[in-house]
Design a protein around this ligand. Structure first.
Ligand code: CO
Length: 134
């Protein structure tokens, strides 16, 4: 059911430093920081030939990643995002398989303005999984 790896999201304590690591040390193509107030994050997109890395930093008081950074002060991998062709069909299959969908189970538009859902890490090998309708 899942398709391409759309992105890996990494929460970082210092966005400029992290962008420099990817740009200078690793030699990747890195975007300018993009504030996404509706999502409570500022993002730097790292373009790789086969996928993206999203460097995330909390934005505002109610950021959904603030707690993560408290628990992981050096930052760390936050979630992986897999593409699906039909997010409602994907959700129904996952629920039928016993997986837990976070929130109210209704897809919301994510950072790329496409419908996304998040799946409980306990059901997916200890990793928060995002699915995005590509
Ligand atoms: Co994501």
């Amino acid at each position: 059911m899942i398709g391409r790896l759309n992105h890996v999201a990494i929460v970082v304590p210092d966005l400029d430093k992290a962008a420099a690591v990817y740009r200078r040390t690793l030699g990747a193509t890195v975007s300018a920081p993009l504030p996404l107030p509706a999502h409570g994050v500022t993002t730097v997109f790292v373009e790789l030939p086969n996928t993206k890395i999203e460097l995330l930093h909390p934005l505002g008081d109610a950021s959904p990643i603030a707690k993560f950074l408290e628990r992981n002060p050096d930052g760390g991998v936050h979630h992986v995002c897999y593409e699906v062709a039909d997010i409602m069909a994907a959700r129904d299959r996952l629920v039928a398989e016993g997986a837990r969908v976070l929130g109210d189970g209704q897809p919301r538009n994510g950072a790329h303005d496409k419908p996304v859902l998040f799946l409980h890490p306990k059901d997916f090998c200890g990793t928060l999984v995002e699915i995005e309708q590509a």
